[in-house]
Design a protein around this ligand. Structure first.
Ligand SMILES: [Zn+2]
Length: 396
C-alpha cells in the first residue's frame, strides 16, 4: 500500500533533519534541565552567514569575543573554560559545510553536554558563560517563528511542507497512481459516464483520506504542528478541508490557490503572508486577554513589578513582552534573585546586590526555567504600553 511506502520515506526525512536546522520546544525544555555546580556551560550565538562573511572572519570574531569574556574569570576558572572555547573553535573549523546564517552552540565537557543548531536567521553574536545553558535567543525564535505545516493537494497527489524560521522544506510527496482518467474510455466495462464519474470520485475520496492520514501522522503526531495552510486547485483544496476531522480543521489558518508544480519558493511566500496575519491576530488576542483578566483580578499580571512578584512565586504561565524591551535592574550576587529596585542586601540570603543591564533577559530566563511560554509581541495596544509593555497570564 502507498501508505507504508510513504511512512518509511517520511521517517528518513525526519531523522535527517533532527537537530540540524529545526528544533522543538521539547528539545529546549530538555536543555533547561542541564546545569553544573562547580563547572561552566558555554553558550555561543554567532552569525556565520557565508553570503556576508569572508572566509574566516567569524572564527576571528568568535576568538576575540571569547578572549574578552575569558578575562573576566580568575585563573582557576579560566582553566575550566578554555577547553570549551577550544572545542568550539575546532568545531567551527571542521563543520563549515553545515552552516546556515547563524550558529548556536552549547558545551560543557564536565557534564558531557553538547548541542548545535544551524539557523537560517541572523542572531546577535554573544558568548555567555554560566552554570546553565543560555537559551533565550532560541526560545524567542520558537516563539516568533512558529512552525507551520503546508499541504498542497489536488485530486490525485499531495505535497507536504514544513515552514519554520522563514525556511521551507518539502517533507514528502504523495501520488496516488490508482486514480482513473477523467473521461470514460469508449466501452470500458460497459460503465455509463455517470457511473464512471462516481467511480472516479470514489477514488479521489480515498486519495484525499490518505492525505488526511499523512497530515495527522507526520504533522500533528510527530512534529506537533499547530497551524496548517492548505493550497491547491480551489475545488480539491476546499473538498480536502471539509473532509478534515474537527480537531485538524481547527488548525487550518489559511488556504491559497496553487498548481501542484508550484515552485517551492512561491509556496513559501504564500505561507509567510498567511503566517504574518495569524501572528498579528494572536498577539492582539493575548495582550487583550492579559489586560482584561488583570482588571478582573483573574490570574493575570500587568506591568513589571506585578510580573516580577509572580516570577518569584513560580506563577507565570505565559509571559508577553514587547520586542526589544530593555530595563535596568539588580541582582543578588549569591542567590541570583533579581529585583527591579535597589536593595541594600538580598532580602532572601543577605547577599550583595549588583546593578545589571540585561535584566529583562534574566527575567525571561527565570520564567522559562519555570516552564512559562514566552511571547515576544511586535504590535501592542496603548493600554499595554501604559502598563510598561509587559504582562503575563498566571497559573493560579
Ligand atoms: Zn540572595
Amino acid at each position: 500500500m502507498p501508505e507504508n511506502v510513504l511512512s518509511s520515506h517520511l521517517y528518513i526525512n525526519i531523522n535527517q533533519r533532527k537537530g540540524m536546522y529545526m528544533f522543538t520546544r521539547q528539545e529546549l525544555e530538555e536543555m533547561t534541565s542541564y546545569s553544573t555546580e562547580d563547572s561552566y556551560i558555554v553558550s555561543v550565538y554567532l552569525t556565520v552567514d557565508p553570503a556576508t562573511h569572508l572566509k574566516d572572519e567569524y572564527v576571528a570574531a568568535f576568538k576575540n569575543m571569547a578572549r574578552e569574556e575569558l578575562q573576566k574569570y580568575d585563573q582557576k576558572e579560566q582553566k575550566i573554560i578554555a577547553p570549551e572555547i577550544e572545542r568550539i573553535t575546532e568545531y567551527m573549523a571542521l563543520n563549515k559545510t553545515k552552516f546556515r546564517k547563524s550558529l548556536a552552540l552549547f558545551t560543557s565537557q564536565d557534564i558531557d553536554f553538547w548541542r548545535e543548531f544551524h539557523l537560517s536567521v541572523v542572531l546577535n553574536d554573544q558568548i555567555i558563560i554560566n552554570r546553565r545553558p543560555y537559551l533565550k535567543p532560541l526560545a524567542d525564535l520558537l516563539d516568533n517563528y512558529q512552525r507551520y505545516g503546508v499541504v498542497l493537494v489536488d485530486r490525485e497527489s499531495a505535497r507536504v511542507f514544513l515552514v519554520h524560521l522563514g525556511e521551507i522544506e518539502e517533507y514528502t510527496e504523495h501520488f496516488n497512481p490508482d486514480i482513473p482518467g477523467q473521461h470514460k474510455k469508449g466501452g470500458w466495462a460497459g460503465l455509463s459516464q455517470s457511473r464512471w464519474d462516481r467511480h472516479i470520485e470514489k477514488h479521489v475520496n480515498l486519495h484525499l483520506k490518505d492525505v488526511v492520514n499523512i497530515l495527522n501522522d507526520v504533522l500533528l503526531s510527530r512534529e506537533y504542528i499547530g497551524r496548517i495552510c492548505i493550497g491547491g486547485p480551489v475545488d480539491a483544496a476546499s473538498r480536502f478541508k471539509e473532509m478534515l476531522p474537527q480537531h485538524i480543521q481547527e488548525k487550518v489558518v489559511g488556504t491559497f490557490k496553487a498548481d501542484m508544480n508550484t515552485e517551492i519558493n512561491e509556496i513559501r511566500k504564500q505561507t509567510l503572508e498567511i503566517m504574518k496575519e495569524v501572528e498579528r491576530e494572536k498577539e492582539e488576542e493575548l495582550v487583550n486577554e492579559i489586560i482584561s483578566r488583570a482588571h478582573k483580578g483573574d490570574r493575570a499580571a500587568l506591568g513589571l513589578d506585578d510580573v516580577m512578584s509572580n516570577i518569584a512565586r513560580g506563577n507565570i504561565q505565559k509571559l508577553a513582552l514587547k520586542s526589544g524591551l530593555k530595563k535596568w535592574g539588580y541582582k543578588c550576587q549569591s542567590c541570583e534573585s533579581i529585583f527591579t529596585s535597589k536593595q541594600d542586601k538580598c532580602p532572601y540570603c543577605q547577599g550583595d546586590i549588583e546593578k545589571i543591564d540585561h535584566f529583562i533577559d534574566l527575567m525571561v530566563q527565570q520564567a522559562l526555567n519555570q516552564g512559562a511560554l514566552i511571547e515576544v509581541v511586535f504590535h501592542t495596544s496603548e493600554k499595554f504600553k501604559e502598563a510598561g509593555n509587559i504582562g503575563a497570564l498566571l497559573r493560579y
